[in-house]
Ligand binder design. Structure first.
Ligand code: 13P
Ligand code: SF4
Length: 333
């Protein structure tokens, strides 16, 4: 067998080895998962074929709840780096694998820890709420983490009048502020996918198909949220399309979620919201789409790349995530 170690993986961030063509890659992944007592967790933005082999497919909150509760020895995270990092912080005794270490997040990148620390210091007396789409260093500077599923409830769980720093997504922050009227200082970060949707092109579709509803993730810009019939996390958008009596939806979030929507409601029509630049596939998250079945196969086989974090950093970051999970459990989210 080829010896693969961190050095061999090199700077690429993933194991670049071909899979024997005589093997059925899906069957092999399932076999190794069983053999190694591994669990595959996948975000809704992953390719359909990856969602279909996962033990659990979900949104950021659901995935962190699964990571905290699993009895598997290995967690293979089909998602982006901050998600696998969160899993490692919640389950430090487990081996947490990510098929490509370069699968980052433009939103997490928009909040550098040194700048954020200085921002907190220059605004004393605030409770710090950060979106889960952040590095472990940011989580260590945060009082309570939130996701798009629970951001509203977490902000509302604080006493009225409490001053809040909210980071890093300006669109989610502004949306929550408009819903709660709370005193919030909002970090100026954004996600490259959710800022790409074109209002003009969405409204053109709506003109052509007036019965189509617009559903949007709160990371979208305000002009998109204003025209949306429903705003929510990926799970909330999916559930809305299942329960709603409508037949057609323009979906303003990363296109991966359409896989579950089409599976759950094959008789309905789902249209990915078009981006401003008609020549690009900007509603695909380039980081989420770095994960492939081949990389998952190699990751399970060689148990690399592995997420490793300093114990001290994990200990400082854990409290803010656990607080979020406790509030979510209490509210049955
Ligand atoms: P949710 O998984 O909370 O819906 O958030 C979407 C997202 O942008 C993940 O990166
Ligand atoms: Fe980050 Fe945006 Fe990709 Fe979500 S869709 S992982 S926020 S870059």
């Amino acid at each position: 067998m080829t010896i693969v170690n961190k050095t061999k993986m090199g700077k690429k961030g993933f194991i670049d080895l071909d899979v024997d063509k005589s093997l059925n890659i899906v069957d092999e992944i399932k076999r190794m998962r069983e053999e190694k007592n591994a669990v595959i967790l996948a975000h809704f933005y992953q390719e359909g074929e990856i969602q279909d082999i996962a033990d659990f497919v979900g949104d950021s909150l659901g995935l962190s709840q699964q990571a905290a509760a699993t009895e598997a020895d290995i967690i293979l995270f089909a998602g982006v780096h901050f998600m696998a990092e969160t899993a490692k912080i919640l389950a430090p005794e487990k081996k947490v694998l990510i098929p490509d270490l370069q699968a980052g997040c433009s939103l997490a990148d928009s909040c550098p820890p040194k700048d954020f620390e200085a921002f907190i210091k220059s605004n004393p007396g605030h409770t710090v709420i950060s979106y889960v789409n952040t590095t472990a260093e940011i989580k260590a500077l945060t009082d309570i983490i939130c996701t798009s599923t629970n951001a509203l409830q977490i902000v509302e769980s604080l006493p009225k009048g409490e001053k809040i720093i909210f980071a890093p997504d300006r669109n989610l922050g502004n949306y929550i502020q408009s819903m709660t009227g709370r005193d919030m200082l909002i970090w100026d970060g954004a996600c490259h996918v959710h800022e790409e949707f074109s209002l003009e092109r969405i409204l053109d579709i709506k003109k052509e198909y007036p019965d189509t509803q617009i559903i949007a993730h709160p990371e979208c810009e305000k002009q998109i949220l204003i025209v949306a019939d429903h705003i929510g996390s990926t799970t909330s958008l999916l559930n809305y399309t299942i329960k709603d009596s409508g037949k057609s939806y323009i979906v303003a979030t990363e296109s991966g979620i359409l896989h579950q929507m089409r599976k759950a409601s094959p008789h309905k029509n789902f249209i990915p919201a078009p981006p401003k630049d008609s020549t690009c596939a900007c509603n695909d998250c380039k980081y989420m789409k770095m994960i492939s079945l081949k990389k998952i196969y190699n990751t399970l086989k060689y148990e690399l790349p592995e997420i490793t974090l300093e114990q001290d950093l994990m200990d400082r970051a854990r409290g803010s995530i656990v607080r979020m999970l406790d509030i979510s459990n209490r509210l049955k989210l």
